[in-house]
Design a protein around this ligand. Structure first.
Ligand SMILES: NC(=O)c1ccc[n+]([C@@H]2O[C@H](COP(=O)([O-])OP(=O)(O)OC[C@H]3O[C@@H](n4cnc5c(N)ncnc54)[C@H](O)[C@@H]3O)[C@@H](O)[C@H]2O)c1
Length: 367
């Protein structure tokens, strides 16, 4: 990630968690290491991480946060500050965010704000965290009024993504991350999209069940995670603080967020909502003659092949439109949509007529 003085390496590999201690030692001389994680990640992969530190003569403190989005809040951040003070952590220490996107956002936020910033390293262990949340420096906690409302941009010292950690994920977490992966293909890279079309059989947890398919799948995952990181990095490099270009990363998120808000984050997980949003945005693009039937079909087919939904069940179209009107992605009263022009290229448009939005929402299954 080339961001001038905030530049950093994103290391992607298979089995590289064992090299974490070495990578950390090479990156900087750190006084104290504090790993923030959750109990499951700690149980599954914490031993490997700590052994890699031990190999380099390093030790760490480990702090566990209960699992779940509801712990990504200021109360938990405050408890973490208390704990860091107790441990006598100061600015020359390093916080390691070791887990999914919840841990990454929370630990990243604490690293950014505690004593005006400690060193931060992301060791993401979910697909979503490896391809999305650990890249780009957004850290945040939730507020009762909405998700991610309190936060700060803060870049890590480096990111280390071991695709082997993906092998313990349940299918639901793989599917969620795949929505963002497909998004990268549509917005930026047709070859990558083709790679996903050609390799869809590897992209499920069944592939982890026997040795031969596991080996093949890990190779594919390595390509997917590294290509996704390259695409996201390329976009973030042009627009670190999300003033313009970075907006293309919201492909599928306009309708997706509205669905999540309407269903109170309960009915669809984030990846599913984004998948429906991508199908919707592509249908809008078809309606506005920006793409032909073939492009629309390829996008919908890939979503379906990877077990993502492309329709909703009876949500109210007008309520979704009302939510879209107050969404933060609207400036000057116009709803902004990221729409495909072809596979590998999108355009931000604020001129989609409301009747077109309503028609597409109905085609998606809304009432
Ligand atoms: N900062 C950003 O740019 C950005 C971007 C996208 C999403 N996010 C945030 O990311 C969060 C969602 O992240 P997520 O989807 O990773 O969810 P998550 O962090 O809740 O992780 C999902 C579950 O997977 C478990 N888990 C983690 N690694 C595992 C492993 N290797 N094996 C088995 N289980 C494992 C965790 O214990 C957790 O229960 C949201 O809070 C969202 O706002 C941030």
């Amino acid at each position: 990630m080339d961001l001038g003085e905030n530049s950093y390496n994103i290391n992607v590999g298979c089995g590289i968690l064992k090299e974490f201690g070495d990578a950390l030692k090479k990156a900087n001389s750190i006084e104290k290491i504090v790993v923030i994680t959750d109990p499951l990640v700690n149980e599954l992969w914490g031993g490997t991480l700590r052994a890699s530190l031990k190999n380099e003569g390093l030790s760490c403190e480990t702090i566990e946060i209960p699992r779940g989005e509801r712990y990504k809040n200021l109360d938990v951040a405050f408890k973490l500050y208390d704990k860091l003070l107790q441990l006598d952590v100061h600015r020359d220490c390093c916080i390691v965010a070791f887990g999914g996107g919840v841990i990454g956002d929370l630990a990243g936020f604490v690293a950014a704000t505690y004593m005006r910033g400690t060193y931060l390293v992301h060791v993401p262990t979910t697909l979503l965290a490896q391809v999305d949340s650990s890249i780009g420096g957004k850290t945040s906690v939730n507020h009762p009024k909405g998700k991610n409302l309190i936060g700060v941009f803060y870049q890590p010292m480096f990111v280390l993504s071991d695709v082997e950690t993906l092998t313990t994920l349940p299918q639901k977490e793989i599917t969620t991350g795949l929505a963002e992966v497909i998004k990268y293909g549509v917005i930026e890279d047709e070859d990558f999209f083709k790679f996903l079309e050609a390799n869809s059989r590897h992209l499920n947890t069944k592939a982890f069940e026997d040795n031969d398919t596991l080996k093949a799948a890990l190779k594919v995952w390595q390509t997917i995670v590294s290509e996704s990181c390259k695409i996201k990095a390329k976009i973030v490099e042009q627009d670190e603080k999300e003033k313009g270009v970075r907006m293309v990363l919201n492909f599928g998120h306009t309708i997706g967020h509205a669905i999540e808000t309407l269903t109170k984050y309960d009915q669809y997980n984030h990846g599913e909502a984004v998948a429906i949003g991508m199908a919707g945005a592509s249908m809008i693009a078809r309606e506005m003659d920006m793409i032909d039937d073939d492009v629309l079909k390829r996008i919908k087919d890939l979503l379906e092949k990877l077990k993502l939904p492309i329709s909703v069940d009876g949500l109210n179209a007008d309520r979704i439109i009302n939510i879209l009107r107050v969404d933060k992605k609207i400036r000057e009263g116009k709803i902004k949509f990221v729409l495909p022009k072809k596979i590998g290229k999108v355009e931000v448009r604020d001129d989609v007529p409301i009747p077109v939005v309503r028609k597409i929402l109905k085609n998606l299954g809304c009432r």
